[in-house]
Write a protein that binds this ligand. Structure first.
Ligand SMILES: [Zn+2]
Length: 205
């Protein structure tokens, strides 16, 4: 995996039964991904494809974005160019921030009553395990899937990262979200983060 520790990114996530290769073929056919940068069993890294700018809109004054990998880039080298990484995890509903929820500074909302859970951080010791607690507002039992991280985190078994774009600078088009849905027969969400998913959560085959 290219070294992307602390680098900002836009992440798409979904739960789907499709094979990873089906997703990769779909993204390739759309032109969202281009040439392979590095590929291993656990992660696939690609240059942005020809139609990337039809999939993601850049807000504000058009930023200069480097899309070319530097020459002699190593598979674990620091990646300071914009590229796309596709990841598959072992289980559905895997939280991207599993075992690092402490890094999230956003306050989550309860999915049921939509109230912000101000004291969630006091529950952090329990968040990295299989946990549940009662919403302080509506008293419904909450598990990981019942927290809305408001575009700061998400969960699924398939993730697409657009690495080296900044917080809410890059916004996916509705057409692209629809195209993703067509490929996987599932709804996609997206969020922004500067954390890597923990490597052991990824499929190795
Ligand atoms: Zn609630």
């Amino acid at each position: 995996m290219l070294n992307t520790e602390t680098q900002y990114r836009l992440v798409f996530c979904t739960n789907s039964d499709i094979q990873l290769t089906t997703l990769l073929n779909g993204l390739n056919n759309l032109g969202f991904i281009g040439n392979t940068v590095f590929s291993s069993n656990a992660e696939q890294e690609y240059c942005a494809g020809d139609t990337f700018f039809q999939s993601v809109t850049f807000m504000g004054c058009s930023p200069y974005i480097e899309f070319e990998p530097p020459p002699q880039l190593k598979p674990d080298g620091v990646a300071d160019f914009c590229f796309i990484r596709v990841l598959a995890t072992k289980e559905a509903n895997t939280s991207y921030h599993a075992q690092q929820l402490k890094n999230l500074t956003t306050l989550p909302r309860c999915e049921h009553c939509r109230k912000v859970i101000n004291d969630w951080s006091t529950r952090v010791p329990f968040l990295d395990e299989s946990w549940a607690f009662n919403c302080p507002s509506c008293d419904k039992v909450l598990t990981q899937a019942d927290l809305d991280w408001r575009k700061a985190s998400g969960s699924g078994n398939l993730f697409i990262e657009v690495v080296n774009v900044y917080l809410q600078e890059a916004v996916p088009t509705d057409v692209f979200l629809q195209q993703l849905e067509t490929i996987s027969s599932s709804l996609w969400q997206y969020f922004y983060t500067n954390s890597n998913i923990k490597k052991h959560l990824l499929d190795s085959q």
